[in-house]
Write a protein that binds this ligand. Structure first.
Ligand SMILES: *Cc1c(COP(=O)(O)O)cnc(C)c1O
Length: 413
């Protein structure tokens, strides 16, 4: 199936990208020029429902009025000071984020992977300076199928061949265990283990929800064995899974939260590591940093994001509408067109029966029906619409999805 752009104009725009831009992505052939709320509009004025939300960075919808207002006000005052000086929005942001997480301290960075790197440094530092691990021996347990970003250290403990190939030598100090297997974590812990790093729900892997009780067990094991429990909530957190944090789904509080994506409201890259003083208090001046980390513009937006989450309304919407979305897709399973549907809040992974074609082909059919979703790992479609989506819009997306699958099932390819 040829995945052609819908018009000559978009075709030309895409050709420019593919000529001058490096080919490290394979986008659907649509060129977006504007967006508002759950909608994005292409170069030709066609409007789509965004069911990806920039991998959950746009959880509150495009151009949310409260976030735009915070950004515009700050844009006119001061946008960057570096951490050489204090800035006005920094204090209120770190105070509000610490409170949201129920923790004592915040270390802000920019992209998600920088926060993951920061958490790795924090865990090793804690291991050497507090736990008493011999220098150079710190070990961090990670999960198979993980996605924590793209730096050389972080891809060193990925088991996705595409993410790793040709980037050796890899950073040592990581041990993989199967995701969802608490006993395997317990078995992998030894005297040099400083942390268990995991996604409470694996996003890139296809919205993989661990067996119920897994997070509770990891909490119990890590506490008993004296290692840090580090939850990468960059994609799962801030309302996406139907709660403020995916760990809340089991009432579990990790030692360290890693946040990103939606924290910057889809306007600025803003990430953070959030933990108590016994961990983050170990950093001394000069031992870690970032020119743009904690910049005034990002902090002003971050504070507005935290305020949006304050009432719990968006988390509740995510929970209720997610269940509606999941129920609506039942016919796909009944017809055998989908082999599995996983869901947590407004976050769904739908495995396409390979007889119907690839997930990308279904996403293209959805694009033709003015719904934008994204495939992952060949056969999974990921849906993650902005949390401000309405019931009616969910029903529209469901109807279009069923039609797209039906077309794929009945048309000769
Ligand atoms: C997206 C993501 C990251 C990396 O964030 P970037 O901003 O792309 O660096 C890390 N961990 C998880 C779970 C993610 O989903």
């Amino acid at each position: 199936m040829a995945l052609e752009p819908r018009t000559e104009r978009q075709k030309a725009a895409i050709e420019e990208v593919e000529t001058y831009g490096a080919h490290n992505y394979s986008p659907l052939p649509v060129v977006i020029s504007a967006a508002k709320g759950v909608h994005v509009t292409d170069l030709d004025g066609t409007t789509y429902i965004d069911c990806l939300s920039a991998y959950s960075a746009v959880n509150f919808g495009h151009g949310h009025p409260a976030l735009l207002a915070a950004a515009e006000a700050q844009l006119a005052r001061v946008t960057l000071t570096s951490r050489a000086f204090y800035s006005e929005p920094f204090g209120p942001f770190v105070k509000a984020l610490a409170a949201l997480c129920g923790k004592e301290m915040v270390l802000p960075m920019n992209t998600g992977v920088e926060a993951v790197e920061t958490a790795i440094k924090a865990a090793r530092k804690w291991g050497y300076e507090s736990k008493g691990v011999a220098e150079g021996r710190a070990k961090i347990i990670v999960m198979e199928g993980n996605f924590h970003g793209r730096t050389t250290t972080v891809i060193s403990f990925s088991n996705d061949p595409e993410a790793r190939k040709s980037y050796a030598p890899y950073t040592p100090g990581f041990v993989q265990v199967p995701f969802g297997d608490a006993d395997a974590i317990e078995d992998a812990i030894d005297d040099d283990t400083v942390a268990v790093l995991f996604e409470p729900i694996q996003g890139e892997a296809g919205v993989i929800v661990p067996p119920e009780g897994f997070l509770t067990k990891v909490r119990e094991i890590t506490r008993r064995r004296g290692v840090l429990m580090i939850a990468d909530e960059i994609q799962a957190g801030l309302g996406r899974s139907g709660a403020t944090f995916a760990c809340d789904r089991e009432g579990v509080v990790p030692d360290v939260y890693i946040l990103g994506k939606a924290l910057g409201g889809g306007i600025m890259p803003l990430s953070a590591v959030v933990a108590d003083r016994d961990v983050l208090g170990l950093f001394q001046p000069g031992q870690h940093g970032s020119t743009f980390g904690g910049n005034p513009l990002a902090c002003a937006i971050g504070s507005a994001v935290i305020e949006l989450l304050g009432s719990g309304e968006l988390q509740e919407r995510s929970r209720v509408l997610g269940e509606r979305f999941r129920a609506g897709l039942q016919p796909l399973l009944d017809a055998g067109w989908a082999t599995e549907v996983r869901q947590a809040g407004l976050w769904l992974g739908v495995d396409v029966n390979p007889d119907l074609g690839t997930a990308k082909e279904i996403c293209y059919r959805l694009m033709e029906r003015e719904v934008l979703a994204k495939d992952t790992h060949g056969h999974t479609i990921r849906f993650a619409p902005p949390l401000v989506i309405t019931e009616d819009q969910i029903d529209q997306v469901v109807a279009h999805t069923i039609t797209a699958f039906e077309q794929a099932a009945t048309q000769v390819r």
